[in-house]
Design a binder for this molecule. Sequence first.
Ligand SMILES: C[S@@+](CC[C@H](N)C(=O)[O-])C[C@H]1O[C@@H](n2cnc3c(N)ncnc32)[C@H](O)[C@@H]1O
Length: 325
Amino acid sequence: MPPPSSEELQRVFKTLSDITRMRILRLLAQEELMVQELMEVLGMAQSRVSRHLAILREAGLVSDRRDGTYVFYRFAAPSDDLWRHGWHLVEKGLASDPTTERDTTLLRRVIAARSAQPRNFFDAVGPDWDALRTVFNDTALRARAISRLVPMGLKVADIGTGTGILACELARLGLNVIGIDQSARMLEAARSKVNSEIFPSGGQVELRRGEAEAIPMENDEVDAAFAHMVLHYVASPGDVIREMTRIIRPGGLLVAVDFVSHDLDWMKQELGVVWRGFASETVEGWLSDAGLLEIHVEQSESLGRERDLPATLIASARVPADQTG
Ligand SMILES: C[S@@+](CC[C@H](N)C(=O)[O-])C[C@H]1O[C@@H](n2cnc3c(N)ncnc32)[C@H](O)[C@@H]1O
């Protein structure tokens, strides 16, 4: 380090020669504080605290951050050797100073008062928080946060993609989706939905025309395959599950969402369904016959509000890790 000039030395010594400034630096090195909080700890008037803060900020030893109408100050560790040495001397010198213990005790009290405010608030609000929090409208935000659990760049198939609603949701999670459907019109609708979306997390959707019974994909091509509300439209759901299993890599996942067995004729008449839902055991049987493991079928209540709707099921199962030997 080249020897400092006398001006530099003067500036460092002058700035650090004042005990109040030293105490302020020591406090701000421990905690980001407002002027009011520094006043409480130091027992000094605002003008005095502000004057010292201005000198420290001028020297580059303190920086500030605005939070609404409040300004918080914090210690800015110097990178310059001379200032760094000066600060180390201050730290060492203050370690045995009688003001240190008192400042630390009062600092703890100030910080405790800060955290008491939200604690008191939430203690008062309790279960009413759920009503208050609706203003944030953050259901989608939570879903996006949870999606961070999903490894980026997974390749998945959406069999019977229809208008691409699930495909887009999966792409929003950062997945590379291949949507398959036999209907040209449904694929057209899916294409315009996909084209109107930007997937910020890097997900993509590719659409291919094809049959669920003969999926236009290679063996082991995807990490997972979905069939969302499709099996009740296919002639042989067990065969489709076997075909989906073919395209999933060893260790990958198959997920099917469908209706639980029902007797709602309107669905056959108005929606053209082939099957009136499936019993959980039937789906478990298909998954097991396809050689899948970790079979899990979960039923949920009917989602129907305007129409009578059946209960739903989500089935998932894993392709054995050593399937291809
Ligand atoms: C009820 S829609 C579901 C669409 C989408 N998965 C969703 O949840 O919105 C059923 C879709 O499966 C497609 N589909 C039905 N049978 C199929 C088959 N054998 N092969 C490919 N697609 C089929 C239909 O064309 C239709 O788009």
